[in-house]
Design a protein around this ligand. Structure first.
Ligand code: ADP
Ligand code: BMX
Ligand code: ZN
Length: 291
């Protein structure tokens, strides 16, 4: 049995085959189409699944956005061109003719990381710091999705009442300060127009503005982790996403957390599945639901 796993993010679409041993092969990536056109996303998905024709028996999709009953709705329209009520499950089921499971990207990644840690922990929270900031919460060995699939959208809790307005409409969300997009949006002068990857490289090269932008992100994530510890008594935090996995970023978050009172401390790990946590989590979720 092979699962075609697809991960739809604000920056890139990834796909791969996942076998029964949960190993990945034939991984590919495309840029996420810009703009609010549902047709552009449908075409990109068609291009992606075309490459895997006849190779899989089911499809599992991890996607940015609120994924409720197979329908994708962007909470932060800035991240995904304002897609509203995009019929993700039906679109991919029609393109492939295969059974198709869909869930939020960070919820999927949380499930993958929990499955890896389950001998040690039953309460695991995953945070992706990527185009946005997403989250997935496992409590007592169960993935919390919520009645409207909204559970875990921790990037939209408030980090700074005087912070910038978030694309979701609230003020000072963690995502508006810590995400890859927010790091890029905060850049000025010599860093104007650079993306988060370039700003991280500048920070390593000693640019102080870049270092401040990265530190501000890490501080917001440190505070978020303390809030999650108070809310959930989570046993560990797993960090993923390209910003979350950038060299030294986790250590910076840990240093921010260490400043806070001991009751709020919790171990922070880098995602075992690295950039594939969403892909593997979606495949494991399909298996868990025996699709
Ligand atoms: P997606 O959000 O599509 O899942 P990613 O997890 O790759 O994709 O996150 C994209 C964000 O991560 C962008 O803001 C990009 O600039 C940033 N990024 C990509 N690579 C790096 C890197 N090596 N270091 C820091 N930031 C990175
Ligand atoms: C946003 C939100 C979440 C998502 C998170 C990380 C949208 C389109 N997405 O908070 O559903 O989990 O970003 O997404 O509103 P990524 O694209 O950064 O991986
Ligand atoms: Zn928000």
């Amino acid at each position: 049995m092979h699962t075609l796993a697809i991960d739809i993010g604000g920056t890139k679409l990834a796909a791969a085959l996942v076998n029964n041993q949960h190993q990945i092969s034939q991984r590919m990536e495309l840029p996420t189409p810009a703009g609010a056109e549902p047709e552009a996303l449908r075409q990109a998905l068609a291009q992606l699944v075309e490459a895997y024709q006849g190779k899989a028996q089911r499809v599992a999709i991890a996607s940015t956005g609120i994924i409720d009953n197979g329908i994708l709705t962007a909470l932060n329209p800035d991240n995904l061109g304002g897609l509203n009520h995009f019929p993700l499950q039906a679109t991919v089921a029609k393109l492939t003719g295969l059974p198709c499971v869909v869930l939020n990207d960070a919820q999927a990644a949380a499930w993958a990381e929990y499955c890896h840690l389950s001998a040690q922990f039953k309460h695991v929270t995953f945070i992706t710091v990527s185009t946005g900031v997403g989250g997935g919460i496992v409590i007592n060995g169960e993935l919390l999705t919520g009645p409207h699939a909204f559970a875990g959208h921790i990037g939209h809790t408030q980090a700074d009442a005087n912070g910038p307005r978030c694309g979701c409409g609230r003020v000072g969300c963690v995502e508006a300060i810590a995400s890859g997009r927010a790091i890029a949006a905060g850049a000025s002068q010599e860093l104007e127009g650079k993306n988060a990857r370039e700003i991280f490289a500048q920070a390593r090269a000693g640019n102080q503005q870049a270092q401040r932008l990265v530190a501000r992100s890490a501080q917001a994530i440190g505070e978020l982790i303390a809030n999650l510890k108070a809310l959930l008594d989570t046993e560990c935090i797993v960090l993923g996403g390209s910003v979350g996995l950038a060299p030294d970023y986790r250590q910076q978050v840990e240093r921010q957390l260490a400043i806070l009172p001991a009751a709020f401390h919790v171990p922070v790990y880098s995602a075992y599945h690295q950039h594939d946590a969403g892909l593997i989590g979606a495949a494991l979720w399909a298996e868990h639901h025996a699709v």
